[in-house]
Design a protein around this ligand. Structure first.
Ligand SMILES: Cc1ncc(C[n+]2csc(CCOP(=O)(O)OP(=O)(O)O)c2C)c(N)n1
Length: 601
């Protein structure tokens, strides 16, 4: 009824609260139907409908700026800012992004995908507004999960020392992807339960007297903010005024509170309590399952995913070796670690969304003789890069990195693409990098890492493993590739899961195919031998062309003055698109047809 008439936020600013509630229900139904078809972040979005409506009702986007942390909960924002009709294209090639994206709308003021950036970005905007004499409010919306990331604290620490017109909305649903963990999460629970509230309330008058502006504000807003200001909270101590907690699904309270908070022009935080999956029973009961759902057509076979094979290896290995510890930065389900967590709770460590800490923590454990395995997505390891160099590689510590979601990940798009790891890891001394071509090869690589002294990175893709059988005692030999097909004239050096494509092409052009296995150290002897016996070399990897595995071969050939033709296939130097994995392979020429094409040239 209302939804079809909304092209931008001004179209619903004159609705009554009752009408806004009806609109919220329309949006809820629309999102459920739409996400069921396209896939996407269902439960987080069902939890932010009322908040988003209230924000757009009270504030004037894009002058007032909304920075959505991670951006996965911004679907209502997309719907209300002229993108409703494109929601059917969500996460598909040439369609809407599943996160906020600047090129998509002027209302997406800051792009996202990775967690815990919103307060920094919103503070930057707020400080710029101040210098530019703009009165607009800069708003960060951050979940309790994202708040656990170190950057959030860095930003709060800075914000509290400024007089920026920054409003932080803490959307607390007690969940990260799985249950939120850590002392901060417990603290927020105590805040909500009123334990902190009751001890602090008595001090609040005294506090108000000390701060005349707040006092005026509190008077003006008597109805809605009475007793809501809690001196002594963590946030207050950091210099950020704290308000709440309030019901994140009550549009009337949200609007009144935001209207009042709009008048305060200093760093402030509003704590709202919401329910992930709100309004859809199955999602409320199992928010984890509905955090991100796939479109109906996406399950291609029943083989285990690479992540599950990794999880099985971790369990088997932990059974026989009590030094093994599994570390995850808030991704236990995605990394296939649920069984491990249940079987070995003492050796399962979820550090929350804290990749940097996860890496250095592993370093500390390794020093004391444990065998830490950091299970981390390629794209999120970027967060722990200095820690990787400074705390692990330079000290040559015995840590294994199981780098999941390497290569092109598909629907999550550019922010989640794991296409930089070979380049950013390869340049670091002391490390060994393996790109297994199948889950069985991954299992062997993990066995290798388990007995190897020094840091080992095993990078593997998102998706199913294509073979059923994977448990093996065997290992791989350091720096040795594997010739899987012998042909004439042309040789394809294949890295990681590009092997299938390489083999397919090789049948048609009678090429030799080498599963290189190691990106570092490279199998230099084999490269030399082959380069001297092939007319053309082709390398293929699902990593950026800049400085990747093909570059490593090139550097070696240069160093040895071996003159031969080498064509490197990989992801070009662009911001990648979102779409299905196979569409992206096609787009970037990681196909058997393209290998054949290149070989003809
Ligand atoms: C740096 C980084 N690590 C991990 C993730 C994966 N991730 C996406 S959403 C999410 C949970 C966020 O929880 P919260 O902020 O509370 O939002 P909610 O979904 O509960 O609304 C995680 C861990 C990420 N996007 N970025």
């Amino acid at each position: 009824m209302f939804l079809d008439q909304i092209q931008n936020p001004s179209d619903f600013k004159n609705l009554t609260i009752e009408e806004l509630n009806a609109l919220a229900e329309e949006i809820r139904l629309f999102l459920i139907e739409s996400i069921e078809k396209t896939g996407g972040h269902l439960s987080s979005n069902l939890g932010t409908i009322e908040l988003t409506l209230a924000m757009h009702y009270v504030f004037d986007s894009p002058n007032d700026t909304f920075v959505w942390d991670v951006g996965h909960q911004s679907y209502t924002h997309k719907v209300l800012t002229g993108r409703k009709d494109m929601m059917s294209t969500l996460r598909q090639k040439d369609g809407l992004s599943g996160f906020t994206k600047r090129s998509e709308s002027e209302h997406d003021v800051f792009g996202a995908g990775h967690s815990s950036t919103s307060i920094s970005a919103a503070l930057g905007i707020a400080l710029a507004n101040k210098l530019n004499n703009e009165p607009d409010t800069s708003i960060a919306v951050i979940g309790d999960g994202a708040l656990t990331g170190g950057m959030s604290f860095e930003a709060l620490n800075h914000a509290g020392d400024t007089d920026a017109n920054l409003l932080i909305i803490l959307n607390d649903n007690d969940m990260s992807i799985s249950k939120n963990v850590g002392a901060l999460s417990k603290y927020l629970t105590r805040l909500i339960s009123g334990k902190i509230y009751s001890t602090m309330k008595s001090k609040s008058l005294e506090f108000l007297e000390r701060l005349p502006r707040i006092q005026q504000f509190a008077k003006r807003s008597e109805e809605h903010l009475k007793g809501m200001i809690l001196p002594g909270t963590l946030f207050e101590e950091l210099g950020v005024d704290y308000f709440g907690p309030i019901d994140g699904h009550d549009i009337s309270i949200l609007i009144k509170t935001l209207e009042n908070l709009k008048n305060l022009k200093k760093p402030r935080i509003l704590h709202i309590i919401s329910k992930k999956g709100h309004g859809l029973d199955v999602a409320e009961e199992n928010p984890l399952k509905f955090h991100g759902i796939s479109p109906p057509s996406s399950s291609s076979n029943n083989y285990p995913s690479y992540s599950n094979v990794f999880g099985a290896w971790l369990c088997n290995n932990a059974e026989s070796d009590e030094k093994v510890v599994g570390i995850t930065p808030a991704m236990s389900e995605g990394s296939g670690m649920v069984d491990f967590a249940n079987k070995f709770p003492d050796r399962f460590v979820d550090v929350a969304i804290a990749e940097q800490h996860a890496v250095t923590l592993a370093g500390g454990m390794a020093i004391r003789g444990l065998k830490p395995i950091v299970a981390i997505y390629s794209t999120f390891l970027q967060r722990g890069y200095d820690q990787f160099i400074h705390d692990i590689a330079l000290q040559n510590l015995n840590v294994t990195f199981a780098i999941d979601r390497a290569g092109l990940v598909g629907a999550d798009g550019a922010t989640h693409a794991g296409i930089f790891d070979l380049s950013y890891l390869r340049c670091i001394p002391n490390i060994t990098i393996i790109a297994p071509s199948s889950s069985l090869e991954m299992y062997k690589a993990l066995n290798f890492a388990n007995h190897f002294e020094g840091p080992v990175c095993i990078r593997f893709p998102r998706g199913k493993s294509k073979i059923e059988e994977f448990v093996t005692e065997s290992s791989v030999e350091i720096g040795k590739g594997n010739i899987v097909r012998t042909g004439e004239d042309i040789t394809i050096f294949s890295f990681g899961n590009m092997l299938e494509i390489a083999l397919d092409a090789s049948e048609k052009i009678n090429a030799t195919v080498v599963d290189m296995r190691f990106v570092k150290p490279l199998d230099e002897d084999l490269i030399t031998k082959i380069a001297n016996n092939s007319k053309t070399l082709i390398s293929i990897e699902d990593n950026t062309l800049n400085g990747g595995a093909g570059s490593a071969i090139n550097e070696y050939l240069q160093k040895k003055s071996i003159k031969t033709k080498l064509h490197i296939l990989g992801v070009p130097d662009n911001v990648t698109e979102h779409g299905s994995q196979s569409e992206l392979y096609e787009l970037y020429g990681l196909t058997s047809d393209n290998i054949i094409e290149v070989s003809k040239k």
